[in-house]
Design a protein around this ligand. Structure first.
Ligand code: KG4
Ligand code: ZN
Length: 333
């Protein structure tokens, strides 16, 4: 089946065409990052307006680049939530109109489940069951995944998401948005034997929720008490913050794998582009006989190929959306 996917939940307008849930024929991402940079984060109203301006051309170029004709598209999938309501409405309404006009089935996709499906778009992909951590700007959710439809939420952040923490610390250091890539690069310049002991909050043992607000406050207090004056000072703070985050994420993923007796774990979402994190996780996991999976960097951040992949599974199961269905801002489970 050939499926058109559309994504507009945050600051990327994206469209993709995929075949049989796995083969990417095209994947176009129109990023708004430059427009939001000056504000230090995503401005919802600006995001909605920019989605409206970009959506038609983005979908058209995904179809043009796919090598299939409009008439060959057999289903439409679009993000329903979670995300920014105004932004979601643009992509989901466009998808509804496209499906209605061409009499095609429509799947309204959960963005977080789609991040997990990004793992199936390239080889090697994890066999079921596996533990999946979705780490993005808005979410830090840990799942036990037993099929392409079954996602048991084991834990989530009680305050800041990991990507959000990277973005906030980057702002504190005057390094701009998005913070993840900048902090990861800067952290490489630090001396790993001379890190600041920031908190590594693990909450209750054998529970899988996360909390990053204490870490953020500790970084803020450190910066106020010892304002960084050199690039080296900033690199030390970036590396110390990143080491705390990586320690917590790695401990929780591996302890979830033990709890569910899983020999496979996966990481997806924007923060999974962090190679320092993936390398650390791999080296800890290999000692425990656990395999680690992550999408290629091009599929870590928001994209529409993952939306089409999740939508393909829904369309195959007959899980269709009606024209009355609405978008949602918060994850329903
Ligand atoms: O999944 P995504 O593209 O959008 C959301 O659904 O939120 O994730 C964006 C987030 C941003 O907070 C960004 O700072 C973070 O992913 N990010 C990273 C890295 N690259 C992107 N965080 C840590 N290290 C990175 N290399
Ligand atoms: Zn995302």
């Amino acid at each position: 089946m050939i499926v058109l996917g559309i994504e507009s939940s945050c600051d990327e307008t994206a469209a993709a065409v995929i075949r049989d849930g796995r083969q990417i024929l095209s994947s176009v991402v129109a990023s708004q990052i430059e427009a939001h940079k000056g504000f230090g984060g995503v401005v919802p109203e600006l995001a909605s307006r920019m989605h409206i301006e970009a959506i038609e051309a983005t979908v058209q170029s995904a179809i043009d680049q796919s090598g299939v004709s409009m008439a060959e598209i057999q289903g439409v999938a679009a993000t329903r939530g979670p995300g920014l309501l105004g932004a979601l409405l643009v992509g989901f309404s466009f998808a509804k109109a496209f499906a209605f006009a061409r009499d095609l089935p429509l799947a309204g996709v959960n963005h977080l489940e789609a991040h997990i499906h990004s793992l199936f778009l390239t080889e090697p992909y994890p066999e079921f069951p596996f533990i999946a951590l979705v780490v993005s700007g808005g979410h830090t959710n840990l799942y036990h995944v037993t099929s392409g439809q079954d996602f048991e939420l084991m834990g989530q952040t009680r305050d800041d998401a990991v990507g959000e923490s990277f973005d906030k610390v980057s702002r504190m250091l005057g390094l701009g948005y998005p913070g993840g890539p900048v902090l990861e690069r800067l952290a490489k310049q630090a001396d790993p034997s001379d890190l600041i002991a920031f908190p590594r909050t693990l909450l209750e043992k054998d529970k899988f929720d996360f909390s990053f607000s204490g870490l953020k406050s500790a970084v803020s207090r450190h910066i106020q008490g010892n304002p960084p004056t050199t690039e080296k000072d900033k690199a030390r703070i970036a590396a110390s913050f990143q080491a705390s985050v990586i320690h917590v994420l790695t401990c929780k993923i591996l302890s979830a794998a033990r709890e569910k007796a899983c020999s496979r774990v996966a990481v997806c979402g924007g923060v999974s582009a962090n190679a320092t994190f993936i390398d650390t996780l791999k080296s800890k996991a290999s000692g425990q006989g656990i395999q680690v999976f992550a999408p290629p960097v091009s599929l870590c951040g928001d994209n529409a190929a993952m939306i089409a992949a999740r939508g393909h599974a829904m369309l195959e199961k007959g899980q269709l959306s009606s024209m009355d269905e609405d978008v949602f801002s918060r994850n329903p489970y």
